[in-house]
Each structure stands twice: as structure tokens, then as C-alpha cells.
Design a protein around this ligand. Structure first.
Ligand code: PHE
Length: 336
């Protein structure tokens, strides 16, 4: 019996070391119908003196097999964990796939550039609502009801006195109502006009407004500011030309051209042979507008200007169709 037990132990340990199924080994040697149990069943035939000795031996054998099984199981688990860690290892030295970076829309680029130039001249940026009162968009700007200027800006009305602003000039009024001179602000933003969409018109576009109010502001300040702006924006050799014009909210008013930066003024495709390119409207803030905003026109004067951001973008980048800015065709916007 001693020998049998010894054999069971050796066989079991061999089996465990050879790496066969551990659970099967456990059942085969230690299970209810297992070999060790079978030996123990035969204990009845032993003499009373032998019984405790063999019993002790059997227990030892069971303990040794159990220990070996446990050892093999935990070794197997450790091996498995190691393999898993190895498989999940991240090689931080591998070259990565580069994330594709987006970039700004050309209209944003132009707006940022305009903002930077005017911030550099001491202006701050203000914004106003796109849904606006008739009062701010027209009346306070010296455009009363039935004024013909209303026809030139076909306006989307929401109610009788609420509309989608047709220009950024209402921000002038809102600024002067809130802020006392000296005022030096620019205001970029969306404007709306009920124009049919074609190569040069869009019912939604963007304007960039400027306003300066202080004591003793003159047309010379307006000219100097815009000349300096034009040189920074379009190149050091850019010349500026003021043509008399009319806006109800400025007096005197002017349309401002810059010498064509492509041909230098000789005439080319960009300036349509003119040598000059119109870029904005401007003028001295009308005294009525100042007093509408609670600023005494006897004490203060100011100038204002407004330009279309699309227009500046089109001439800067040589884009000949305004619709390209809104279609978001990647082949177009990727170029900027
Ligand atoms: N608001 C005018 C327009 O939309 C432009 C402008 C702004 C003219 C400020 C003069 C002064 O045409």
C-alpha cells in the first residue's frame, strides 16, 4: 500500500510537470472516484497499527499533489498574464499617424487680419446683434421711414420694427449709446440683404465697421487711418483715393479705392483695367447721428467706415465668385 501511494504521488507529479490538463489530473488522483480515494477505501484491510501510518502517508500524498496542482495553476496564470502584457504593450517609440489639422476659413483669415491691423492702431473690437431694431439699422443712422436709402439695402423684416441687420453700422449707434468718447472701435459681423445669390451677391455676407469719435477728429484722421490700413493690408506701395459719395449717416461721405496691388495701377484683370479697386465706404459721422446717441456734435466729431469682408477676401485671394465662400467645397477652402 505504501508503494501504491508512492506510485500515485510520482505519477501525479509527473503528469502535473508534463503540463496536461490540471483539472483532469485533480479528478484522476484526488476525485471521489480517484486513485487516492480507491487506496483509502482499502484501508479497512489494514491492521490497527498500520492504519494511522498509512493514513498519515495518504494525507501527505494528497497534500503534496494539491500543492503541486496549485503551484502549476499559479505558474500558468503568471505566464498567461505575462503573455497578455506583452501583447498589449505600447511601443511609444513607434512613429504615429499624424492627426489631420483643420484650418481657418478664408473669410475668418481676412477678418482676423483686419482685426489685427486695427488692434495695432489702438482700436478695440465690439459686436452687435444680427437681429436688430429698425431704429438702430436705419432711424438712428439718419435713414427715416420712406427714405430712398432703404431701397438700396433690401432688408429682411421679421416684424414692422425688427429686422436682420443690413449693415454693421447699427453697432456704431449701440456703441455711442453705451460709451462716451474717446471711442475707437471696429465691429466685424454678418449682415443680411434680400439679394438673389449670384457671383457677386449673397443674401448673407460679412462687413467690418470702424468708428472713431473724439474732440477734434477730422477728415485728415480718416484719410490717415485708412491709408495706413491700406498699406499694411495690400502692400507698402498702395495708394489711396477718396471719391465723393453719399451715405445718410456720414457727411461728407466718400468711397475709397486702393491702387491695384496686382498691376500697381497700370490696369489689369483684377482691377478691370481701372488701376483702382474700390474697397470701402466712409465719412465723417453725421451730426444728427451723434446727437441721436447723446453725443454733442458741437463738442465731438468722428469718422466711420465700413467694408465687405468677402470683397476684401475676393480681391486679396483673386476669388471671382462669392458663392465659393459658402459652399465649403474642400477643394476650394483647402487652398487657404
Ligand atoms: N454701412 C455702409 C454700407 O453698408 C458702409 C459705411 C459704413 C459707409 C460706415 C460709411 C460709414 O454700405
Amino acid at each position: 500500500m505504501r508503494e501504491k501511494l508512492q506510485n500515485i504521488l510520482t505519477e501525479a507529479l509527473d503528469a502535473i510537470n508534463s503540463g496536461t490538463d490540471l483539472e483532469q489530473i485533480r479528478i484522476k488522483y484526488l476525485g471521489k472516484k480517484g486513485e487516492l480515494t480507491a487506496v483509502l477505501r482499502g484501508m479497512g484491510q489494514l491492521t490497527p497499527e498500520e492504519r494511522p501510518v498509512i493514513g498519515q502517508l495518504a494525507n501527505d500524498v494528497r497534500a503534496k499533489i494539491e500543492e503541486a496542482l496549485e503551484g502549476a495553476a499559479s505558474a500558468f496564470k503568471a505566464k498567461q498574464l505575462e503573455a497578455q502584457l506583452k501583447a498589449e504593450k505600447l511601443d511609444v517609440t513607434m512613429p504615429s499617424t499624424r492627426a489631420k489639422l483643420g484650418h481657418h476659413h478664408p473669410l475668418t483669415l481676412v477678418q482676423r487680419r483686419l482685426e489685427d491691423i486695427f488692434i495695432g492702431m489702438g482700436f478695440s473690437i465690439v459686436e452687435g446683434p444680427e437681429v436688430e431694431y429698425d431704429y438702430y439699422n436705419f432711424q438712428a443712422l439718419n435713414i427715416p421711414e420712406n427714405h430712398p436709402a432703404r431701397d438700396t439695402q433690401d432688408t429682411f423684416y421679421i416684424t414692422d420694427n425688427i429686422l436682420l441687420r443690413s449693415q454693421t453700422s447699427p453697432v456704431q449707434v449701440r456703441t455711442m449709446e453705451k460709451q462716451k468718447p474717446p471711442i475707437r472701435v471696429v465691429s466685424p459681423g454678418r449682415v443680411y440683404r434680400s439679394d438673389a445669390l449670384d457671383a457677386s451677391h449673397s443674401p448673407l455676407f460679412h462687413q467690418f465697421e470702424g468708428l472713431v469719435v473724439d474732440k477734434g477728429i477730422t477728415m485728415g484722421d480718416l484719410k490717415g487711418t485708412l491709408e495706413s490700413f491700406a498699406k499694411t493690408m495690400f502692400g507698402e506701395n498702395t495708394r489711396t483715393r477718396f471719391r465723393p459719395h453719399h451715405f445718410p449717416f456720414t457727411e461728407p461721405s466718400a468711397e475709397v479705392d486702393v491702387s491695384c496691388f496686382m498691376c500697381g495701377g497700370k490696369g489689369c484683370r483684377l482691377c478691370k483695367g481701372e488701376g483702382w479697386i474700390e474697397i470701402l465706404g466712409a465719412g465723417m459721422v453725421h451730426p444728427f447721428v451723434l446727437s441721436n446717441c447723446g453725443i454733442d456734435p458741437e463738442e465731438y466729431s468722428g469718422f466711420a467706415f465700413g467694408m465687405g469682408i468677402e470683397r476684401i477676401a475676393m480681391i486679396s485671394y483673386g476669388v471671382d465668385d462669392i458663392r465659393l465662400f459658402y459652399e465649403n467645397d474642400a477643394r476650394f477652402i483647402e487652398q487657404f
